[in-house]
Design a protein around this ligand. Structure first.
Ligand code: GLP
Length: 250
């Protein structure tokens, strides 16, 4: 695992965006696994800038997203499909027909999970971007999700509902369920970039990357992946010992 500790969120976003931009430069038809939450916003802003500077085209790229809230769709501001439009897709030349998310409005969630899972089998991510929940979740794989899981419906924990309430008018408006890629779908990516910033993520970062590999901390599965880049800011890395850091870039 390559580890970068940057001075702040902005610097962490720059390096994550550079990795993705370089991936697309080297492979214009790359399959990008994309994430939502507040962490990727700065990363996407840097990718949009690279596109506007004409350094890169996303015209041939295909994208798969990690997850979606059950019951929310394109017309809901808090849905992940609208987040992706607002923060990335509407500002670059990606063909929207090549962008995929689970459909939170599906009338049959089990069939939707099967559909998305099959899609993922035909679209192995060249690179998968991840954030992390304060309880160590990745995508919406909550603690104690089996490492073997594939796309499934999840009942969100109270912790996640509380954390994500800031995006909704109030906590009662946060959907209680989501559709999410499973941990095996994430591990299938050829390469993973995970960005962890802010002191509220320090414990999760420590548990995920310095703790034991355990289903109680879903992100700890990443210790078993052959190609992970972990990008933190100083606040998120405060429980890491400098001796254990492989690369330090300021
Ligand atoms: C949600 C998403 C995750 C994301 C997490 C952390 O739960 N499903 O993919 O990593 O939020 O979000 P943030 O970056 O806002 O802390």
């Amino acid at each position: 695992m390559k580890t970068f500790i940057k001075s702040d969120y902005k610097e962490a976003c720059k390096i994550a965006a550079d990795i993705i931009v370089n991936k697309v430069k080297n492979n214009p038809s790359a399959i990008l696994g994309l994430a939502t939450g507040s962490t990727p916003i700065g990363i996407y802003a840097n990718m949009v800038q690279a596109y506007k500077r004409k350094e890169i085209s996303f015209a041939k790229v295909r994208t798969v997203n990690l997850d979606e809230y059950v019951g929310l769709g394109e017309s809901d501001n808090q849905s992940y499909v609208s987040f992706m439009r607002r923060n990335l897709f509407d500002h670059i030349d990606v063909d929207l027909r090549n962008t995929y998310l689970p459909n939170g409005k599906s009338q049959n969630l089990e069939v939707e999970c099967e559909r998305y899972n099959e899609l993922l089998q035909s679209m192995r991510q060249d690179i998968q971007l991840l954030g992390i929940g304060s309880n160590g979740h990745i995508a919406f794989n909550e603690p104690n999700t089996p490492f073997t899981s594939c796309t499934h419906v999840v009942n969100l924990t109270q912790n996640t509902i509380k954390d994500n309430a800031r995006f909704f008018p109030c906590a009662a408006d946060v959907p209680t369920q989501a559709l999410t890629m499973g941990l095996s779908n994430i591990m299938n990516a050829k390469e993973i970039v995970i960005v962890v910033t802010g002191s509220n993520k320090a414990q999760a970062a420590y548990d995920a990357f310095k703790g034991s590999i355990s289903e109680s901390c879903p992100a700890s599965i990443l210790q078993q992946h052959p190609s992970v880049t972990l990008i933190m800011d100083n606040d998120a890395a405060r429980l890491f010992s400098l001796r254990t850091v492989l690369h330090k870039h300021q």
